[in-house]
Design a protein around this ligand. Structure first.
Ligand code: SMG
Ligand code: MG
Length: 380
């Protein structure tokens, strides 16, 4: 990925908060969500408008970031640094460097970089997919299934998604909802269904023998069994289970990805642009994994059509050889805020092809669901 794009001038940055109900509650080992309070970034340049979506949650439970904090750090620390950038003409490829003095807050940084990149690509009339290096037109679509109230309910939910054509099922697990759900899904739907599990850090270093009980079910992977800072613990677990260990929360940069792989903590990596500070760092993680023979797949953070379109563009890169959590918009939302919601086509989703991330905002619907707007202007 080379930066051969014409630079842009940022005129203003708008922070838009929206509230959207989920079509069904989504339960993980750390919370049950019924709606999302989402922070969107709108960047206006001389000749284009770009959008980015911040994936931080209502509460700091997936990671230490949360939506109110992301907005505050943007206003007080990140956007002033962008506006102070000395030469004014900027590339999205400069953003990470400009924001580097501010530690962490990767979801906030990623949303700003995404909006700037979208605007810059639209000015350059280049699609995000081609800029990132995607090689596919369609990618298979996987769905993440929350912890259910009962095994019967889980079977019926998974059956519905398989009927819709999803290419892979991911079950959320936690202690007490781990072996049995997998056994029941395998027994009901057979060994051919591509299946994996995600613990969102809910297990401990002592749970190796328990997690090894998943081995007979031929899962694609076990995602993030232990807390995010326990790389050594994951390496210990990886030696006790046959099923590949995949890291999500732990992998916050390409440097950490290299460390985790070299220490034997994972043999597969989940890539989420928000978690790692942006789509450009996501591509770097893709590359370091590819160089080490480690397959990657695209994670999801219940995005609207903005983040979802960008995730699909990313998932078209060559080392995304495992199916991602890039379900159709209707998996989470009754109505999307973009005109081109993501749809399933025989179990696949199509990479956006227009310039930038390829979507148009549904303006009236966006207004309906907006809860606040803050507009910051670059001083001339
Ligand atoms: O967008 O399809 C989606 C959700 C996928 O399960 C999913 N994401 O840990 O991988 C993960 C979870 C985090 C979501 S909680 C905000
Ligand atoms: Mg995960």
């Amino acid at each position: 990925m080379i930066d051969d794009l014409k630079k842009i001038n940022i005129r203003s940055i708008e922070l838009r908060r929206i509230s959207l109900p989920l079509v069904t509650p989504f339960r993980t080992s750390f919370s049950t969500e019924t709606h999302r309070d989402i922070l969107l970034v709108r960047v206006e340049t001389d000749d284009a408008v770009g959008w980015g979506e911040c994936v931080s949650g209502n509460e700091p439970l997936y990671s230490n970031e949360y939506v109110e904090g992301s907005q505050q750090v943007m206003i007080d620390h990140l956007i002033p640094r962008l506006f102070a950038f000395r030469s004014r003409a900027m590339s999205a490829h400069d953003v990470a460097q400009i924001l580097r003095p501010v530690k962490d807050h990767r979801m906030a940084k990623a949303a700003l970089e995404a909006a700037i990149l979208d605007a810059q690509l639209r000015e350059n009339n280049v699609s995000l997919a081609s800029h990132l290096g995607s090689i596919h037109e369609l990618v298979p679509s996987g769905v993440s299934v929350g912890i259910a109230n009962s095994l019967d309910e889980l079977v019926s939910t998974v059956g519905g998604y398989l009927d819709e054509g999803y290419a892979r099922i991911k079950l959320k697990i936690e202690p007490g909802w781990d072996i049995e759900p997998v056994r029941v899904i395998r027994k009901t739907f057979g060994d051919q269904v591509p299946l994996q599990v995600d613990a969102n850090t809910a297990f401990t270093r002592e749970d190796g023998p328990l997690l090894a009980q998943l081995d007979p079910f031929n899962l694609l992977l076990i995602e993030q069994p232990l807390p995010e800072d326990d790389i050594t613990g994951h390496a210990l677990i990886a030696r006790q289970v046959r099923t590949p260990i995949c890291l999500d929360e732990s992998i916050v940069s390409s440097q950490v990805a290299i460390d985790a792989i070299e220490r034997g903590a994972c043999s597969i990596v989940n890539i989420k642009a928000g978690r790692v500070g942006g789509y450009l760092e996501a591509v770097r993680i893709h590359n370091v994994c590819q160089q080490r023979g480690v397959p990657v797949w695209c994670g999801g953070m219940l995005e609207t059509g903005i983040g979802r379109a960008m995730n699909v563009a990313l998932a078209g890169l060559p080392n995304f050889t495992l199916t991602g959590d890039i379900s159709a918009s209707e998996r989470f939302w009754k109505q999307d805020i973009v005109q081109q919601s993501i749809r399933l086509e025989s179990g696949q989703v199509r990479l956006p092809s227009g310039s930038g991330a390829g979507f148009e905002i549904d303006g009236p619907f966006l207004s309906d669901v907006s809860t606040s707007t803050i507009r910051l202007r670059s001083e001339d």
